[in-house]
Design a protein around this ligand. Sequence first.
Ligand code: UDP
Length: 238
Amino acid sequence: MNQAVERISGLLAQNRFAQVVTLGSEMTMFARRNAAYRELINTADLVVPDTVGVVYAARLLGCPMPERVAGIELVERLCAGCATSGDSVFLLGGAAGVADRAAAALQADHPGLRIAGTQHGYFDASEEPAIAARIRESGARLVLVALGFPRQEFWIRRCAAALGAVTCMGVGGTLDVISGKSARAPRSARRLGLEWLYRLVREPRRLGRQLALPQFAVLVALQAMSGRRGHASASSGQ
Ligand code: UDP
């Protein structure tokens, strides 16, 4: 988390467009079958592991990361930093009123935080250029985009030129939680890596999407085993 906050603060200081991806296991599975999404993730300025699944997978596949960087905690940490640095934040996404309520909650938690603007996430493609222009003109330095994946990552990449020198990050359902619209999983469930189960019980419509999780686990295990076999035969000279 500290490394992520430091890297993003560095991106904010560089005064150029940058994209940060908070990567979950379902997103990884989608990227396997969608080359454009895969390319987008692989060329992002920073990718952080948003779920325990991604952290375990990375560890098993030889790219260990110290810990999970949960989107919501990252948003809180970044807003704390922006309240100190004076960088302003734009909130985009969620149902009508959600971004406004999230803005008020963030300002209450981080006195001095400047909110450059808000915009709900149910707009037409034809409104996209005007929204991107509004963000650019708002003077925002950090743009949090809550349109759900993969829409939010594609939206950020598509609007990169129009957005100008801002750091953008897809944050999924985070604004819903910050605004109080939906509850976060209890700490005990989070500690056990069971946030997915909590979300499934509250929103059963997520079942289809969450079927990607066991597939993800199996694929990671297979890849780790084939990697180890490859490594063993290479080291025995075969
Ligand atoms: N959303 C939106 N516009 C859309 C679709 C979704 O603003 O066209 C918002 C939705 O209201 C919710 C967020 O995007 O606040 C997606 O939340 P979800 O938990 O599904 O995202 P995930 O974290 O799974 O990517």
